[in-house]
Design a binder for this molecule. Structure first.
Ligand SMILES: *Cc1c(COP(=O)(O)O)cnc(C)c1O
Length: 353
């Protein structure tokens, strides 16, 4: 499918690389494609970055039909730009789309659109250590009427944002609290789909945690309120008596690309990795007895986020002396070395642009 390109005649200045933050600056262009039932996907285009114009009755505003992805392009030491497992994001996007009955995009077409857009914007990939070009593809229903009905019109958009190093002074342990009131998702719901609605459902608990100085919440399953699911917007892993345990993908957990990559790397390193149900009781007993050696969240934005303190009801458990665990650090180093091209990619994960 042809991609029409309309160059931005008023390019912006590149922002200060030492103060990029996350998602504050955007490149000069965005990618858009339209869908309707008669024509399928059409009018793929790269156009100057700017506001979208949508009918106020658009499905997305009223019934939340929206899914998204998040991945990065990395600048290597020789100046080239590369991506990490983009096909995984495309497959997950189609799975999310299927759940919300948004139109899917054939894998090869979606990959070509993404890579063409990133190549077009690649000079925006910052060069300083730990920085990257964050890519946010998103897809939403845009039918211009209020009846609740299946989706006939959609838009797929990709925007790109140069982002800073998540950890300015190296890895930093975070404080996490168990959330016992709100749930983020239930089995049979949309937990495995990367959709805005899951974030809307998470807002209240996240805000509550933030107000008392915690960075994220640890979610319990929505049915039995017993099993650990994930932490904020990251998957979670625990090192208990030398074994790595991570919640199994039961349908209400987001299947992270970082999670999947960590599992593969940990197995390469010779660790036993078990995906299973892990109850909060078992976890806090392990914390109490000292069997819990390390805990970390994993996701594209922060890569690895060591957990230094867990709050369970009114009890606080310090993990690993609130220091960065040896394995958390090793995983972080291994993954980031592959992503930024400092280590050989033996898994075929890297796509060079
Ligand atoms: C995106 C996301 C993750 C992490 O997925 P990655 O592919 O590793 O970035 C985990 N949990 C939730 C809820 C997410 O939205």
């Amino acid at each position: 499918m042809d991609i029409r390109i309309e160059e931005n005649v008023l390019p912006k200045n590149f922002p200060d690389e030492s103060n990029l933050g996350f998602g504050k600056y955007f490149t000069d262009h965005m990618f858009i494609a339209d869908y309707d039932r008669e024509q399928g996907w059409h009018d793929a285009r790269i156009v100057p970055f700017g506001n979208l114009s949508l009918h106020p009755a658009s499905t997305v505003f009223h019934y939340g039909a929206e899914i998204f992805e998040g991945l990065k392009a990395y600048r290597t030491s020789d100046g080239s730009v590369q991506m990490f497992r983009p096909i995984e994001n495309i497959r997950r996007m189609n799975n999310s789309a299927e759940r919300l009955r948004l139109p899917q995009i054939p894998e090869d077409v979606a990959l070509e659109w993404l890579l063409t857009f990133v190549k077009h914007e690649k000079d925006w990939t910052p060069k300083s250590k730990g920085t990257s070009l964050y890519l946010r593809p998103f897809l939403f229903g845009s039918d211009p009427f209020l009846g609740v009905h299946s989706i006939n019109q959609s838009k797929f958009v990709i925007i790109a944002s140069p982002v800073g190093n998540y950890y300015k002074e190296g890895l930093n342990p975070v404080k996490i609290m168990l959330e016992t009131e709100d749930v983020r998702a239930v089995r049979g719901g949309t937990g495995f789909a990367k959709c805005g609605g899951n974030y809307a459902a998470a807002n209240r608990a996240g805000e509550k945690a933030e107000q008392i100085g915690f960075s994220q919440v640890l979610w319990l399953d929505g049915v039995e309120r017993k099993y650990i699911e994930e932490v904020g917007a990251m998957n979670v892993m625990f090192k208990i008596n030398g074994e790595i345990i991570t919640p199994a993908l039961t349908g209400s957990i987001l299947p992270g690309v970082t999670r999947k990559s960590c599992i593969e790397l940990l197995k390469d390193m010779g660790y036993k990795v078990t995906e299973r149900l892990l109850s909060a009781d078992e976890l806090f007993q392990a914390a109490e007895s000292g069997a819990l050696e390390e805990a970390w969240g994993c996701g594209t934005a922060a890569v690895i986020s060591p957990i230094g303190l867990l709050r369970f009801h009114d009890k606080d458990y310090v993990i690993g002396g609130n220091k960065i665990g040896e394995l958390s650090q090793k995983l972080y180093d291994t993954l980031t070395d592959i992503q930024w091209g400092r280590r050989e990619d033996t898994h075929g994960w890297i796509v060079k642009l």
